[in-house]
Design a protein around this ligand. Structure first.
Ligand SMILES: Cc1ncc(C[n+]2csc(CCOP(=O)(O)OP(=O)(O)O)c2C)c(N)n1
Ligand code: SF4
Length: 275
């Protein structure tokens, strides 16, 4: 049956703030489809964000929602998950929010393996504040704070998540809806810390500063610099050079933080110790 997206939206918060051609709305629709497919009830879900264009998402969706401070979404979400482990806690935010000011929380949440579903809306720039360079702005690309092109090496969100201990890591492009749906759905099925590096075009700043053209032209560019991870063995090293794999990149199993905490609490209770 077709999804009625309006069942999940706060209609009184429309119209949204996103520019025409912004990819953020595509990610939101994919999140809705995954939730609908899993049959999660709206009051089972807590959706948490920091600050940024992407971080406006919780305002528009009719779940338990928290729009927090810049870079602190994962810290708030950690508190929610510890207090209410039965809630399904989704964290959304931009590459600036998650990788710069919130980078510390990001790596420690991965290390801790707490059951949060983290989605990074990665547009390679700070959108909301007018296009400053972010930790994912590629070298040579322009931003208001890098008028001659960024000279720093960028972070790769997925490599960072894998290295820090996340149990599910995927990358998805808003231009490939079935693939984004699959990656987000599988991330939501994970128990533990999952990360989706969800690419989203920002035609207003990143596209304009770097002369990438319209939103549709930007999508073509993103297609050119990526390849399907499932086909990695059929693509030569030469062809893959400088390109980003897309799809489910990494899955493992590790004990989840809240479950371990509960076990410890129970064992202390049995011994008559602790709270
Ligand atoms: C502590 C703090 N520092 C800086 C800001 C300003 N600020 C608001 S949003 C933002 C960047 C948002 O970029 P990103 O997280 O990449 O999300 P996007 O807008 O691109 O979706 C910044 C720097 C702030 N609100 N609070
Ligand atoms: S400034 Fe960029 S990220 Fe923000 S809404 Fe516009 S297109 Fe999207």
């Amino acid at each position: 049956m077709a999804i009625n997206y309006f069942d999940y939206l706060r209609k009184d918060k429309m119209p949204h703030i996103w520019c025409a051609g912004c990819g953020h709305g595509m990610i939101v629709k994919s999140i809705i489809r995954a939730i609908d497919k899993l049959g999660w009830k709206k009051d089972e879900i807590a959706l948490v964000s920091g600050i940024g264009c992407s971080s406006r998402t919780p305002g528009y969706l009719d779940f338990h929602t928290l729009h927090t401070t810049h870079g602190r979404a994962i810290a708030f979400a950690t508190g929610i998950k510890c207090a209410k482990p039965n809630l399904k806690v989704i964290v959304v935010g931009g590459d600036g929010d998650m990788m710069a000011i919130g980078g510390n929380h990001f790596i420690h949440a991965c290390r801790r393996n707490i059951d949060l579903k983290v989605i990074v809306y990665n547009n390679n720039i700070y959108g909301m504040t007018g296009g400053q360079a972010s930790p994912t702005t590629p070298q040579g690309y322009k931003a208001t704070t890098a008028p001659y092109g960024a000279i720093e090496e960028p972070f790769d969100v997925c490599n960072m998540a894998i290295a820090a201990g996340a149990t599910f890591v995927g990358r998805a492009l808003d231009l490939d809806v079935p693939s984004m749906d699959r990656v987000i759905l599988e991330s939501f099925k994970t128990t533990g810390l999952s990360v989706v590096d969800a690419w989203s075009q920002c035609p207003t700043y990143y596209g304009r500063f770097n002369k990438w053209g319209s939103a549709a032209d930007m999508m073509e560019k993103y297609k050119e610099i990526t390849y399907n991870f499932r086909l990695k063995d059929q693509i030569s090293e030469e062809e893959k050079k400088g390109k980003f794999p897309v799809g489910i990149l990494y899955q493992t199993k590790r004990d989840e933080f809240c479950e371990k905490y509960e076990l410890l609490r129970q064992s202390l209770k049995t011994k008559g110790e602790g709270a």
